[in-house]
Design a protein around this ligand. Structure first.
Ligand SMILES: *[C@@H]1O[C@H](CO)[C@@H](O)[C@H](O)[C@H]1NC(C)=O
Ligand SMILES: *[C@@H]1O[C@H](CO)[C@@H](O)[C@H](O)[C@H]1NC(C)=O
Ligand SMILES: *[C@@H]1O[C@H](CO)[C@@H](O)[C@H](O)[C@H]1NC(C)=O
Length: 216
């Protein structure tokens, strides 16, 4: 009985939260424009994830934070961290980013990001717009097969809560209207220390529920 209930409970959680990710039955759009005159230096530092297309890699993870720092060789070190509210586990991913096309006359906000030492051979992180101080809107697309592609999308913020600046919000909204399927968006909970504590409380509630159902 207990196992069965735990199983059902887990299933409910998984089904409730998992989405297929942003897979579209089409080729990658070719009309997406990245930010022009992009400055890597101004982009460095810490960002908090506000929204994203759910991805298998991040499934169920919240508190996603990213830190970009300059390496000696002018590449960018990428440190991603995330917290799983359901089992309290933290994940970290270390990566490296380089400008996709550093020799272009007008530098675009296109980067090749790879993790765990993989080659930087894909232009998979396009900054569509950022003011460097408040927000960043990032997108990428990968062809899976003919007429099937997977898109990633992130709204990042310099602060754990989204800006209320009208101009910034207007610009973010514009990008979303042009390129984004809102039905696939997921809001990321950004948890400071206090929230992490409440995450633990939430887990305790789930455990208590499991025990309660098992005892029926
Ligand atoms: C927590 O859940 C994630 C994915 O749902 C899993 O990959 C990870 O191993 C789990 N960690 C623990 C400590 O159970
Ligand atoms: C980034 O990836 C693209 C392929 O998507 C490739 O053409 C380009 O040369 C790469 N840039 C660097 C600096 O490696
Ligand atoms: C992909 O889409 C194009 C345009 O709609 C179509 O002509 C082509 O047959 C499709 N290919 C496949 C494998 O479905």
């Amino acid at each position: 009985m207990r196992n069965q209930v735990t199983f059902l409970l887990s299933l409910a959680l998984v089904v409730g939260l998992a989405s297929a990710g942003a897979v579209f039955e089409r080729a990658c759009p070719t009309d997406v424009e990245a930010k022009q005159y992009f400055s890597v230096d101004a982009y460095l530092g810490k960002w908090y994830e506000m929204q994203r297309y759910e991805s298998e890699f991040e499934l169920n993870y919240d508190c996603v934070q990213v830190r970009y720092e300059l390496n000696d060789d002018q590449s960018v070190s990428v440190s991603n961290s995330a917290f799983n509210l359901f089992n309290g586990s933290t994940i970290n991913a270390l990566g490296r980013a380089v400008l996709s096309f550093p020799d272009e006359e007008v530098i675009q906000g296109k980067l090749n990001v790879s993790f765990f030492g993989a080659p930087n051979d894909r232009s998979n992180y396009w900054v569509l717009d950022t003011d460097y101080q408040t927000y960043s809107v990032v997108w990428s697309c990968e062809e899976l097969e003919e007429n099937l592609s997977e898109e990633s999308f992130w709204v990042l913020s310099r602060t754990p809560t989204m800006t209320t600046d009208r101009d910034a919000l207007f610009r973010i909204h514009n990008i979303m209207r042009r390129y984004i399927d809102r039905s696939q968006l997921r809001f990321t909970r950004q948890l400071d220390e206090q929230y992490v504590a409440s995450g633990k409380v939430w887990m305790q509630v789930m455990e208590a529920l499991t025990v309660f159902f098992s005892s029926l």
